[in-house]
Design a protein around this ligand. Structure first.
Ligand code: ZN
Length: 327
C-alpha cells in the first residue's frame, strides 16, 4: 500500500513537471534591457511571461558590453523592453546583429523627460559650449573615441514613481499587443501593481516630509536622481554626469567639494553600480561620512536589500533618512 502511494506521488510529480514545461513553452518570451524593467515586466506578466534580463543586477547599463547570449535571447524574443532616452547605448547595435523580429518597446514613452544637467550647464557657460561644439564638429568621422554624444534628456525616469506607473502601463499595452489571450490578466496585474506603486509614493513623500528643508542636499556618485529630486524635493549633486561613461575630472571634484561647503550637504552616498573610490575621496575632503549605498540604475541580487523596484525605493529613502537624521 505504502509503495503504491509513493509511486502514485512520483507519477503525479512527473505529470506536473511535464505540464509546467509545456506551459512555459507557450509563454510570451520577453527581453528586458535591465533589472528594473524586468521587475516591472514580472509584475505585469506573472506566470504568462518568461523574462531574460540583459544588464544583470548590480550592473551598469551605461557601459554594458553585450554577450553572445544576449543576441540569442533577442532572437528568440516576442517582445523587447527598453528604457529609451538613450540609456542603453549598447542596444541598437545588439538589436541589429541579433536580427530579432520582436517589437522593441521604449517603456518611458509618454513621461515628461527632464533635460540633462549638462544641457542646462551649457546654457550658463555659452563660451565653453561653443568650444565643445567646435571640437565635435572637427571630428566628423564619428569614429573618434571619447566623443560621447549624451542625450538631451536624463534617462533615469524610473526614479519618479509617477513615471514608473507609466512604464508599467506601457508594458501592459505591449504584452496585450503580443498576446491578446493574456490581455485581461496583464491589465488586471498592471492595475494591481500600479495601485501598490501609488501607495509607495504616498509613503515616500511622507518620509521625505520628515527631513528638514535645510538638510535636503545630498551627494551621490553620478547624476541619476534628477527625477527623484524633481518629484520629491531632495537636492542631489554628483561629480559625474547622467552617464557613467566619462570620469569626473579633478576640476569637477574640486568644484563639488566647494559646492558641498556652500550648500552644506547633509550626507554622501556610494551607488551600487559605480566604484566607491571617488565618493570616498570627496567624503574625506569634506569631512562627510558615507551614509550607505543607493540603488539608482540596477536592482540588487535576491539576497540584497533592493531586489525589487518597491524594495529599492524604500531602501534608498530609508538610507537617506537615516544618514541625515542619524536614526
Ligand atoms: Zn545612470
Amino acid at each position: 500500500m505504502f509503495t503504491t502511494l509513493r509511486l502514485a506521488t512520483y507519477a503525479s510529480l512527473l505529470t506536473l513537471g511535464g505540464l509546467a514545461s509545456s506551459a512555459s513553452a507557450a509563454n510570451l518570451k520577453v527581453v528586458a534591457s535591465f533589472s528594473i524593467i524586468a521587475d516591472f515586466a514580472k509584475n505585469v506578466g506573472g506566470d504568462r511571461v518568461e523574462i531574460s534580463t540583459l544588464v544583470p543586477v548590480d550592473g551598469d547599463a551605461h557601459v554594458y558590453e553585450p554577450r553572445p547570449a544576449d543576441a540569442a535571447a533577442l532572437e528568440r524574443a516576442d517582445v523587447v523592453l527598453v528604457n529609451g532616452l538613450q540609456f542603453e547605448g549598447f542596444m541598437s547595435r545588439l538589436v541589429e546583429t541579433s536580427g530579432t523580429k520582436a517589437p522593441v518597446v521604449e517603456v518611458s514613452k509618454g513621461i515628461e523627460p527632464l533635460k540633462t544637467a549638462e544641457e542646462e550647464h551649457a546654457h550658463h557657460e555659452g563660451e565653453e559650449h561653443a568650444k565643445a561644439e567646435e571640437h565635435v564638429n572637427a571630428s566628423d568621422d564619428h569614429g573618434h573615441e571619447g566623443h560621447h554624444h549624451h542625450g538631451e534628456f536624463d534617462p533615469h525616469a524610473w526614479q519618479s514613481i509617477h513615471n514608473a506607473r507609466i512604464y508599467v502601463k506601457n508594458i501592459a499595452d505591449a504584452f496585450c499587443q503580443a498576446d491578446k489571450a493574456g490581455c485581461a490578466t496583464y491589465t488586471a496585474n498592471s492595475e494591481a501593481y500600479r495601485a501598490k506603486l501609488g501607495e509607495l509614493e504616498t509613503e515616500v513623500k511622507a518620509a521625505i516630509d520628515t527631513i528638514p528643508q535645510d538638510k535636503r542636499t545630498i551627494i551621490t556618485s553620478h547624476d541619476a536622481f534628477g527625477y527623484f529630486e524633481h518629484d520629491y524635493g531632495l537636492k542631489f549633486i554628483a561629480p559625474e554626469g547622467v552617464s557613467t561613461e566619462a570620469e569626473a575630472s579633478a576640476a569637477d571634484v574640486a568644484r563639488l567639494v566647494d559646492q558641498v561647503k556652500e550648500d552644506k550637504a547633509s550626507a554622501i552616498f556610494v551607488e551600487s553600480i559605480t566604484n566607491p573610490r571617488l565618493v570616498d575621496q570627496i567624503a574625506s575632503e569634506t569631512g562627510l561620512k558615507v551614509g550607505g549605498t543607493l540603488y539608482s540604475d540596477a536592482l540588487s541580487s535576491q539576497e540584497g536589500p533592493a531586489s525589487t523596484y518597491i524594495d529599492m525605493f524604500r531602501y534608498n529613502v530609508n538610507t537617506i533618512k537615516a544618514a541625515i537624521l542619524g536614526s
